[in-house]
Design a protein around this ligand. Sequence first.
Ligand code: VGL
Ligand code: ZN
Length: 207
Amino acid sequence: MQIKANEDLLLIIDVQNDFCPGGALAVADGDAVVPVINRLSGLFDHVVLTQDWHPAGHSSFASSHPGKAPFESVTMPYGPQTLWPDHCIQGTPGAAFHPGLATDKAQMIIRKGFRPAIDSYSAFFENDKTTPTGLAGYLRERGLKRVFLVGLATDFCVHYSAVDARRLGFAAVVVDDACRGIDLGGSMAAAKAEGAEAGVIRMAELA
Ligand code: VGL
Ligand code: ZN
């Protein structure tokens, strides 16, 4: 696939210490994406990073729900919400980007999940599916049409971002060798099916 410098964006999702081995919500082999993403960054003129950025006591943390354990689910006003171990707390080392990630090329960092009462998987909308992050406007103002998605986790933040990109009228391409997933209760298979339904393209790798 040919990269179009003036139309394509590389969207690097949540490559943060807490999602890498040793982190609070470690994704198996999560740090393996770092060298792959660093190479891809060199191919794009437009690069944006996202950073999961929760206040302490965030409502997506199991620790905020007495009697609940991580990976259980609760019903929030905006719908079902999976509960996670405390992770990516603002300003902590776990919320920092992986030290090996090349971040200099990025022109913007979208922080998400900072509102205490609502989680945000997608880089475009919070989990209520209506509160925007501003990324769609950024893409439109810059005339960008296609989003290549990489990072963590394939079946949560990458997936929700890809589907929202499609919903907003952008082309969306997930590059599999630059992503790793959590796979909770069949979420990898579900993400693949829902992504295909939404018109998300999956590539094994981007040469
Ligand atoms: C993520 C769960 C909780 C992700 C973020 O980046 O995929 N997953 N917060
Ligand atoms: Zn989170």
